[in-house]
Each structure stands twice: as C-alpha cells, then as structure tokens.
Ligand binder design. Structure first.
Ligand SMILES: Cc1c2[nH]c(c1CCC(=O)O)Cc1[nH]c(c(CCC(=O)O)c1C)Cc1[nH]c(c(CCC(=O)O)c1C)Cc1[nH]c(c(C)c1CCC(=O)O)C2
Length: 377
C-alpha cells in the first residue's frame, strides 16, 4: 500500500517535472525574450512598413564614429579602426553612443562594408586619413579562385557578437540597423584596391572581363546574403544596403552589374524591412521602385517630389538633407531641415542626410537637426 502510494507520488511528480521543464519553462523563456525584445521606440520600423507614425523618425548615416569626441576617446584606446570593429564590447559601446548623445531613433551597428571582402579572403587595412587599402586585389581568374563565399555567423563572428551585446544593452530602446555594401560597391574596392574618384580599374573590368565580373559579383552577393541573415538572427531589426558607388556606372551597366544583384539580396531577405541607398543612381529611381524592399534612400541631388513620382507611393523614402547644411548655424540648420521635411509632406518618410555625416561637423548641429525633426508636426 505504502509502496504503491510512493510509486504513484513519484509518477505524478515525474510528470509535473517533465511538464514544467518542457512546456512551462520554455514558455516563460519565450515570453521573457519577447518582452525584452519589445521595442519602446519602433517609429523607424513602422515608417519603413508604411504604417502610421506620430512623427517622422530620424537617424544619420555614419552616425557611429566620425563626429563624436566620445568615439575618438574609445578609438584612441586601441590600435585603430579595425581593432575597434573587431572588439565586440567596444563596437557595441560606440554603436550606442549616438542614441545616448544625439537622441536618434535608431542605432546602426559599428562595422564597415569592407568586412565582406576580408571574410571572402581579401583582407583590408585602414590607413589613417586616407581610408581603406587592399594589399591584394582581384585581377584574374586565378585571383578569384583564392576567394570563398563567406559564412556570416562564422567568418564575421565579431560583428555578430557585437550585435548580441548591443541588443542586450539597448534593451529595446530603439531598433538596431544592420548593413552591408551592395555587391557593385564591394566589387569596386576589391578590384581597385582603395578608394578612387573614378574607380576606372573596376569599371574597366566590366568591359574587359564581363564573365569574371559576374562570377565575382555572384560570390559577393551570396556572401552578403549569408552575412545579413546572420545579422538578423542575432537581432538586427532592419537592414540597409549601401551602394556608395552606384553613380559612377552608366545606366545599362547599373542594371546589369548592380541592380540585378541588389535585387537578389532583397528577394532573399524576407525577415526584416530592407533599405536600399544607391548614391548617385538618379537614373535608376524608377527601377528601384520595383525592388522587393520597403525603403529607398535618396541622396541630396535627388529632387524629392520628382523621386516620389518615379519611385511611386508604395515605398518609404529616406533622406535627404545635404550633409553640408550642417555647417550652418543653429537657425540655418533648423530652416534647412524644415524645408526638407515640408517637401516630404510626412508621407512614408525617414529623415536622414543625403549621405554620411561629414567628420568635421559639430555634434551640436547634428542635435539641432535631430530635434528639429522630432519637434516637426
Ligand atoms: C563606402 C563605405 C565605406 N564604409 C561604409 C561605406 C558606405 C557608406 C558611405 O558611402 O559612406 C559604411 C560604414 N562605415 C562605418 C559604418 C558604421 C556605422 C555608421 O556610423 O553608419 C558604416 C555604415 C564605419 C567607419 N568606416 C570608416 C570609419 C573611419 C575610421 C576611423 O575611425 O578613422 C568608420 C567610423 C573608414 C572607411 N570605410 C570606408 C571608407 C571609404 C572609409 C574611410 C573614410 C571614412 O571615414 O569614411 C568604406
């Protein structure tokens, strides 16, 4: 009798324990995870999806690094940009600085578009005051054979770790933006080996070796998709593709060697909203309206009303104050920002500059820009 009672008690206890462990505990964990992940400010995501917003969200391209003395203090504590980007705790710290100091509505993970060539087997250096430099470049089939398709979570683990730390530290205050370079812009650096006014070696390659160009662009595209998916799994809420050198291609080459690959990326990324910023691609605006993405970034040369007509009503537009407008005094910055906001008329808009903020801009003027957007109705 006593024995069978004990057996019964053990049996019940055993099942309760099983239920707790496999049903209740995971549910609590998932709930905690969701609560933690719930964004307190999701203006950027709602604006990207075309949902109603109380006010226009605002952030700045290249807001992490460049302008803040707080950034320079962290950077001076290590050997330079690359070590900073590869130290997840520090990368997370400088990612969050603009949220704390400038009051922007989103953070963008501190890294660089050139981590992709490195993960494919082509390392870069960052030369003080001159920019990126690749000791080896791609010139032939033989060079291409040395490259591999990058695996985002393994080859770029330091970025993924920085995202995980940033998400925890942000605690849902604002969304975190992930990013990558567009395949054409990455290709341009891999062929040219450094920045250039004309990228003539990279453009020559499209004429002299079209097949090799497509092979390399396809490898970059697949690496980029892997990388963006790894960023999304780690918690980024939106991704932006930077095609910084879009504007140096003729329209037919832009279709064939850039848009085609951006389009593959947009189709492959289905988990979060996507922004495509193609600097100088005024000639491609109609086609960009047909991309499978939520937001199109405008540079400051692109007319706002004209861009809306060409891109259509079904995309959010991001931009596009001239970065040089921030050299003005507070009244001038405010007036320029209001003039820009007036033209967007509040419809599907994310406020930003028309390109990255310039390194010698006074952070106080960035605050005037941000606060003008926040107070605008
Ligand atoms: C073309 C391009 C690059 N990198 C990037 C682009 C696309 C955007 C654009 O068109 O501006 C993108 C980028 N680079 C960096 C970020 C971090 C996040 C952000 O603040 O937006 C982002 C989004 C950090 C960085 N990338 C770089 C720095 C400066 C390094 C330093 O601290 O000295 C930072 C903070 C270096 C870099 N990296 C690159 C160049 C040409 C340079 C040198 C000149 C410069 O500062 O822009 C390549």
């Amino acid at each position: 009798m006593k024995k069978s009672f004990l057996r019964e008690a053990f049996f019940i206890f055993y099942h309760i324990a099983l239920f707790e462990f496999f049903v209740v505990y995971p549910k609590i964990k998932i709930l905690a995870y969701l609560c933690h992940m719930q964004l307190k400010n999701d203006l950027l995501l709602r604006a990207a999806k075309g949902e109603p917003v109380e006010r226009t969200p605002v952030w700045l391209m290249r807001q992490a690094g460049r302008i803040l003395p707080e950034y320079r203090a962290v950077r001076d504590s290590v050997s330079g940009f690359i070590e900073l980007a590869q130290t997840p705790d520090l990368a997370a710290e400088v990612t969050i600085q603009p949220v704390d100091i400038l009051g922007v509505d989103a953070a963008i993970i501190f890294s660089d578009i050139l981590v992709i060539p490195e993960a494919m087997g082509l390392p870069y250096e960052m030369v003080e005051k001159r920019g990126p430099y690749f000791p080896n470049t791609i010139q032939s089939e033989r060079d291409l054979k040395k490259l591999k398709i990058a695996n985002g979570s393994h080859d770029l683990k330091y970025v993924i770790d920085a995202i995980l730390i940033t998400k925890r530290a942000l605690n849902g205050r604002v969304p975190l933006i992930g990013f990558a370079g567009a395949p054409w812009t990455i290709f341009a650096y891999m062929i040219e080996g450094s920045g250039s006014k004309t990228f003539s070696k990279a453009r020559a390659m499209l004429y002299t070796h079209p097949k090799l160009s497509h092979q390399l662009l396809q490898m970059i595209t697949e690496s980029t998709i892997n990388y963006l998916k790894a960023q999304i799994n780690a918690g980024v809420n939106l991704v932006q593709i930077f095609d910084s050198w879009a504007g140096i291609l003729p329209p037919n080459h832009y279709d064939e060697f850039s848009l085609r690959y951006i389009s593959q990326i947009c189709d492959a990324i289905t988990e979060v909203p996507k922004t495509v910023f193609a600097k100088g691609a005024f000639f491609a605006r109609e086609k960009m309206g047909a991309l499978n993405c939520e937001t199109i970034g405008l540079d400051w040369n692109m007319g706002i009303a004209e861009s809306r007509n060409m891109i259509g009503p079904n995309k959010t537009l991001q931009g596009n104050l001239d970065p040089a407008a921030l050299y003005g005094n507070a009244n001038e910055v405010e007036a320029a920002t209001i003039a820009m906001l007036d033209q967007f008329k509040g419809t599907r808009h994310i406020a930003n500059l028309g390109h990255g903020v310039y390194p010698d801009i006074d952070p106080e003027m960035v605050k005037v820009f941000v606060n003008t957007v926040k107070n605008y109705r």
